[in-house]
Design a protein around this ligand. Sequence first.
Ligand SMILES: [Fe+2]
Ligand SMILES: [Fe+2]
Length: 238
Amino acid sequence: MFREQISSADFHHMPREYQELLTRVLMIQADCEIGGPHVYGSRWLLDAPTADDMHCLSRIIGDEIDHFRKINALLREISKDGTPLLHRKNSERFLDAFKVEELPTWAEVAVFCFLVDRVGRHQLEEFVDSTYIPLNEAIPGIIQEEFFHVSYGEQKMKELCGDSKSRKEAQQAVRRWYPLALDMFGRSGSRRSERYLEWGLKRRTNVEARQAFIDEVNPLIVELGLDVPDEMEGRAYL
Ligand SMILES: [Fe+2]
Ligand SMILES: [Fe+2]
């Protein structure tokens, strides 16, 4: 397994496979960072139930835009540019979770933070101690902010589950988003996922990362008094 530490100056001297995998993963990460606000931003920013919620949502949107900037700065260092991703249609996003056009209920916003931002945090943790130095330097601050997004989602879920009408909406939203969240980890048995490991650009296979997410989130869903959807329902990743 490759374990050298690569700087942006070394990048162009690396084998083509390393260059392609790093570029791909940074493009996908940039797309996901800006993809979230495109799903819920315009519908909910000024329609969140309270001023506190509007404020939190505006912070989350601001953070995601900043995460995009940070990942795009890494792309620019290697002569790529993710700027066109800023205004891409939702239907053209890399991952199905970000192809969704709108979140019809406030419970869906809570579930989005609770599930999708949590997947985001897990994905970013893949890059900790990677072989690419600029990525290692950018990641800790971004992960820190993802913890805030996830804990906001958790707090909102607790509130929603305290009331029988909104609990139903929360359950419905979990049913919709759980399979999309599991799909975000990519296909099981993906050859590319093994090459990322080989080059030290990720720490776990898609299967291992997805399982770690399931082990973390299922008990939390149960604790909220909600049913965990059948893991096989998503199935796109199999
Ligand atoms: Fe983010
Ligand atoms: Fe986030």
